[in-house]
Write a protein that binds this ligand. Sequence first.
Ligand SMILES: *Cc1c(COP(=O)(O)O)cnc(C)c1O
Length: 369
Amino acid sequence: MNKRPDQARPTPRAGIMDIDAYVPGKSTAPAGVAKVYKLSSNENPLGPSPKAIEAAREVAAKLDVYPDGTARRLREAIAEVHGLNAANIICSNGSDEILGLLAQTYLAPGDEAIFTEHAFMVYKIYIQSAGATPVAVKETDERADIDAILAAVTPRTKIVFLANPNNPTGTYVPFQEVRRLHASLPKNVLLVLDAAYAEYVRRNDYEAGIELAGSAENVVMTRTFSKLGLGGARIGWMYGPMHIVDAINRIRGPFNVNATAIEAGIAAIRDRAHVERSVMHNEKWLTWLSEELTKLGLRVTPSVGNFLLIHFPDDKKHSAAAADDYLAARGFILRRVSGYGFPNALRMSIGTEEANRGVIAALATFLKS
Ligand SMILES: *Cc1c(COP(=O)(O)O)cnc(C)c1O
């Protein structure tokens, strides 16, 4: 029997096959490399909080029991540490999940959602998966340009995603500018402030967005535990107005945050000493690496996160691709960022002292070769 091709097997709905799947950072080195330093996913070189490890061990004996579907104790711990109202928080399976839920809740086919040129890639994926139209706007000096974002707003715009600081550039938008963006956006446009790296930022003119998300009807702030040592536990959260919390709660999975994540998360966020150690380590080595890379003649984008974007020379022999191969052969796994519009750059997560010194030594030899 002749069947039309679209009846021969299930077909994804329109647009799904146009999506380029997210490619995570590599985690393996070529065969034969003795020691691997994974510097490709912005993980915490100090590892998880020892208290989180302990809490995860304890919950292991009770894995038969469903978690609390509202993650109440985790929300309360977050609320206590950040001075928030726990009712305005939703926890999620990584902040990726909450970004996806926001797109699913507020976007329909024909709608537009804005993000910037070199922004974190998952926004585009979730916009497309909601059937809406992704609108990428130009950055200025590898930084989000508020005027360019405002110029891209149309009557069809429903969401603006702003990664602040952004990944993979590490640049940030001072809060005055974020407020100006918010003040000029139509009230029906949702402003999503993705503050995944907020804990690492040491700048007086930076704010993650707590005040704005706590007072405006069209702003949410998203956060994550991933960059502070719990990437594997998958814990993210959103803070925002009740009407948005209510809408998201209607479509999220009923037990979207698992029991291990809840217990590890509560222990981790209360372990302020571990957070402080992680931030101090980052501060020290971010500065050191920026200086050393600059001395080697490489341009680095000024970063306030726990990673650096390193730009390579134009000659083929010393390109980002060549550097990536050279470093990987020595166990240093960095992140290719061609998909982010940087074909000749690598993103390096701040690592342990050994990893950081190792990369600089290897690059010094590579650049002389
Ligand atoms: C890592 C990252 C996230 C999300 O991480 P999760 O592990 O899903 O919480 C969100 N936004 C940016 C900009 C990131 O770099």
